[in-house]
Design a protein around this ligand. Structure first.
Ligand SMILES: [Zn+2]
Length: 597
């Protein structure tokens, strides 16, 4: 939106002659000569070139997935020509090519892309289909992200379908138009023989493109996915799309999703649809990614769009963009009737336990976790659990606490839903993303109370989560089943590698941490008992007491050694929720508003 406005402003200042001369046009054709070897052939045609040279660039990351992935690493065979005349091209940096145009005003660039990474944010091509994740396929002319482009797909012989959220060019088969590069890079394309079905919901035509088969029931999915769509739309009061495309990749074991403005890509397990757990897991994923069409794509942090495709785009607000989206999965699931209110509370309480039991939650705040996503969340190591907290999990809990605080402060008349809707409308009106201060101001406006303390504790701080207080607003009691039990624990996680029990993580401040067990140690025995039964049966050492010493024999760097570890008490909670007896009318109002049923 901002880019478009700037472009119009510039045009007014320029003379009509100059404006016409500077009219660069871009079109792409993607075809497949060797899909079995995982290659796409890309031709990028530029016309209206008016300079001596032109630079083209490949994005280094895919919005929604906050990691520099260096998509240019998969490019080969870059050439540029004007018809039969080859043009000189040189590589300036990792993702940038310069083409010396001479007197040519038309340039045809050709390159191949290797695509063999299965994920929702990377391209993948084989003999059965092509998934074109656009940031890894299309180059863009430098500083021309506002340009419109067209994309023509030539499917490999035997493939007969193309599924994408891009609008089709009428009268031209498999040809699509993108208004600007934020739209093109936000519109994945599935090419092959996917099963396609459609349903209407919230006045929007939804297309589901299923690759890979599976034991799903399309008729049932149409009904249930529509329920999710209706629940999400109800929060915002309007659905901004006319069309929406779900691209679903079904594998033996699959998962994950990536959000886009009017489409999403979902990973699923092809035989997972038949069990309640698997089916609800899929609907949860649908709820999550669909909700993103508002939360992050339109109701967005100010740093997330228009995008810089060459560098990290930093924001402290992924705890809203991702965490609240994770939180709302549960709200949509209970409102659509897929889970019971008890399951809703149980799921959220388990999520609280998970955050409380993460040592890194005492080190990293929700805003720091968001900012450092690029180097921490997306690049975890063996110590991550001690030093970081996921902005998904912490954000989910912050969302729940905020929701309950708003409902309590307004006597059950307002909730986080009202904040999300108001912020969406504000972003729509201004055409800009929100700052953290603007988000906080809206929460305070809707709730009528100050959230300064809340922000200091839960957004920018690492204070203990007062789950009993907040869930108590809704009449829910939370008991910690571990409280007062002084349960001994060692503080390691292990993984079995070729029959060896290897330490994969050591918990901060545990006995293992203090007395020096290391990640990578092979555990041979504990107090003379072979490791396997001990480590795998229990990590709580029920026959020991806190303060007891044990001897852990490990192999480290090919040498056996004994490590004496004094057991400490587990700091972990095991939370169990229940409805309080004698729930007050005020608590009932909060509970009803919170769940929205
Ligand atoms: Zn997400």
């Amino acid at each position: 939106m901002v880019l478009k406005k700037l472009g119009l402003g510039l045009l007014i200042l320029m003379s009509p002659v100059l404006a016409a001369k500077a009219q660069l046009k871009v079109s792409y054709e993607v075809s497949f000569k060797e899909p079995q070897a995982h290659y796409a052939e890309v031709e990028m045609d530029l016309s209206g070139v008016s300079k001596d040279y032109i630079d083209v660039k490949m994005p280094v990351w895919a919005p929604g997935s906050y990691l520099v992935r260096e998509f240019a690493k998969n490019v080969e065979g870059f050439t540029a020509a004007d018809g039969k005349k080859q043009l000189r091209a040189e590589k300036l940096k990792k993702n940038t090519w310069r083409i010396y145009t001479g007197k040519s005003s038309a340039v045809q660039i050709k390159y191949s892309v290797y695509a063999f990474e299965v994920s929702v944010r990377t391209a993948f091509i084989d003999a059965t289909h092509a998934f074109l994740s656009p940031t890894g396929i299309f180059m863009y002319p430098d500083k021309q992200l506002a340009l419109e482009s067209t994309v023509r797909i030539t499917p490999f012989p035997g493939w007969n379908k193309v599924s994408t959220g891009l609008p089709a060019v009428t009268g031209e088969q498999f040809t699509y138009k993108a208004k600007n590069y934020d739209i093109l890079f936000d519109s994945p394309i599935e090419v092959g023989n996917q099963e396609v079905f459609e349903f209407m919901a919230a006045g929007v035509k939804h297309e589901v493109a299923m690759y890979g088969g599976g034991n799903y029931n399309a008729e049932k999915l149409k009904v249930d996915m529509a329920k999710v769509v209706e629940q999400a739309t109800a929060v915002y009061g309007e659905n901004p799309n006319k069309n929406y495309t779900f691209i679903v990749h079904n594998f033996a074991r699959g998962g994950g999703g990536l959000e886009h403005l009017n489409s999403t890509v979902l990973g699923a397990s092809r035989d997972g649809y038949a069990t309640e757990r698997g089916y609800n897991g899929f609907l949860n994923l649908v709820a999550h990614e669909y909700h993103h069409l508002w939360n992050v794509k339109r109701l967005r942090p100010v740093a997330l769009g228009p995008f810089d495709y060459e560098n990290e785009n930093y924001t402290t607000n992924l705890w809203v963009a991702e965490g609240f989206t994770a939180y709302y999965e549960n709200k949509f699931m209970v409102r659509a009737g897929f889970i019971t209110p008890e399951e809703f509370v149980g799921t959220l309480t388990a999520a609280v336990s998970a955050v409380v039991n993460t040592p890194g939650a005492k080190v990293q705040s929700a805003s720091e976790s968001s900012f450092d996503a690029w180097i921490k969340y997306y690049r975890p190591n063996e110590n991550s659990n001690n030093t970081t907290v996921s902005y998904y999990s912490k954000g989910e809990i912050v969302g729940m606490l905020m929701d309950l605080e708003i409902a309590n402060a307004t006597k059950g008349t307002k909730s986080l839903d009202d904040v999300m809707k108001a912020m969406y409308l504000q972003c729509k009106a201004t055409g800009k993303g929100y700052t953290d201060a603007e988000f906080k101001a809206m929460v305070e406006k809707i709730s009528g109370i100050s959230f300064t303390n809340f922000w200091a504790k839960y957004v920018n701080g690492t204070d203990p989560i007062e789950y009993s207080k907040y869930l108590g607003y809704a009449g829910i009691n939370v008991e910690d089943l571990n409280a007062g039990k002084n349960i001994p624990y060692l503080g390691i996680a292990t993984r079995k590698t070729e029959g060896h029990i290897m330490i994969s993580a050591v918990s901060r401040n545990s006995g293992a941490w203090t007395d020096g067990l290391n990640v990578g140690d092979e555990v041979l025995s504990i107090d003379g008992v072979p490791a396997e039964p001990v480590v795998e049966k229990t990590s709580s050492f029920l026959d020991k007491k806190v303060g007891d010493a044990i001897t852990v024999k490990v192999k480290r760097d090919d040498r056996d050694m004994d490590v004496r570890v004094v057991l400490k008490a587990t700091p972990n909670v095991r939370l169990s929720p229940s409805m309080a007896s004698g729930v007050t009318p005020a608590q009932k109002l909060v509970l009803r508003k919170w769940m929205g049923i």
